[in-house]
Design a protein around this ligand. Structure first.
Ligand SMILES: *Cc1c(COP(=O)(O)O)cnc(C)c1O
Length: 355
């Protein structure tokens, strides 16, 4: 068996439903590796949830969701004139796609390519990733006035991407909303990312004429970790004695035990994690004195065997990894499943099993 994500279906779906009920106007985010599930699967789940809009990260991800989810598809990466956008020649997709415009000069260019394009205007936050400052928003407004009343007919809202919680976002959001009001833009929909539930309640109360639509990925798809489990399969087991040579680089076993070959490697995003413990000379010396494996250059792996994170015997291979299991630990058999603690957003599993 390959690297597998096993999902407790009823628990996962119940969690998704709870998040959807608790966040009116929810825009689920499905991007990248699909938070471990794959973007296509999340698109089908979004359809099942009944939301009207799904967000993807990039234009390249649109095709993977647009056939599985029938609603609007919001692209989070801002439009640039070098993007390959498949909707330009497809009226049905043009109606469903919502672009993100983050610079005043981009809107006229987008409308030149796609006159009926739908779009949101992104405002720069303290993230400083993409977006317009209040002055740029005014500039955009002036350009639109010069270009004609129709220029803003595709406007579907304002987008605000806040950093992950660091104190309250409300002061910043208030300032941005005042800039929106000052620019007299014909929309009252604000797409927000990374507001806490409490902040969402407060801002909705303070700005009752506006609709706030939270864009949520992690807390939606991965919010109930107890419903999720990643496992690898033990593919081979070899006993080794101290001094035995193994691996691509001809390492020697520092003591006796077993080498385990397990599924999952660099192609899955299994990487070397931080070395065990502190790296000070003193702690390394202490570790050597105890016969610690990390002192001889072995690095902690995300594989859990017999209740412990085990050490990589050498850097992960493309689709498998070699672990060292010291004498004394329970040795799993070929075919056994072992738990793997990975970051879901950085791991591509071979198989997703929903129970
Ligand atoms: C990825 C992303 C999100 C979703 O982030 P999570 O932390 O996974 O909820 C929201 N907004 C934007 C702009 C993003 O790029």
């Amino acid at each position: 068996m390959p690297l597998t994500l096993t999902v407790d279906g009823p628990a996962w779906r119940a969690h998704l439903r709870t998040v959807e009920k608790g966040h009116p106007g929810l825009v689920p985010v499905a991007k990248g590796n699909g938070y471990g599930f794959g973007v296509g699967r999340l698109a089908r789940r979004a359809a099942w949830l009944g939301v009207d809009t799904l967000a993807v990260g990039t234009y390249d991800e649109v095709a993977g969701v647009s056939s599985r989810f029938g609603g609007k598809v919001l692209v989070l990466s801002p439009w640039r004139d070098f993007e390959r956008v498949t909707s330009y020649d497809d009226p049905a997709l043009t109606r469903r796609l919502i672009h993100t415009v983050s610079r005043p000069g981009d809107l006229p260019l987008l409308l030149e390519r796609s006159p009926r394009a739908r779009f949101v205007l992104e405002l720069l936050t303290s993230m400083k990733r993409h977006g317009m400052t209040p002055a740029e928003l005014r500039e955009l407004r002036e350009r639109c006035s010069a270009l004609g009343a129709d220029t803003l007919r595709g406007l579907r809202g304002i987008a605000v991407h806040l950093p992950l919680a660091q104190g309250s976002h409300l002061g910043q959001l208030e300032r941005l909303l005042n800039a929106v009001v000052a620019a007299r833009l014909p929309t009252r929909t604000i797409f927000v990312s990374h507001l806490t539930d409490d902040e969402l309640r407060k801002i909705a109360k303070a700005w009752p004429d506006y609709t706030f639509r939270p864009r949520i990925g992690t807390d939606l798809w991965l919010g109930d970790r107890s419903a999720l489990r990643v496992t690898a399969t033990v593919l081979d087991v070899h006993p080794v004695e101290r001094g035995d040579v193994f691996g691509y680089r001809g390492r020697t076993a520092p003591k006796s035990g077993h080498l385990l070959v397990v599924s999952g490697g660099t192609a899955h995003g299994i990487g070397l994690e931080a070395p065990l413990g502190e790296l000070s000379l003193r702690s390394r010396a202490a570790s050597i004195a105890r016969g610690g494996m990390d002192a001889v250059g072995f690095v902690r792996s995300p594989y859990i065997i017999d209740g412990k994170h085990r050490l990589f015997a050498e850097p992960p291979h493309m689709q498998a990894s070699m672990l060292f299991l010291p004498t004394g630990a329970h040795v799993p058999a070929v075919g056994d499943e072992v738990d793997v603690r990975v970051r879901y957003t950085a791991t591509d599993v071979d198989r997703v099993t929903v129970t």
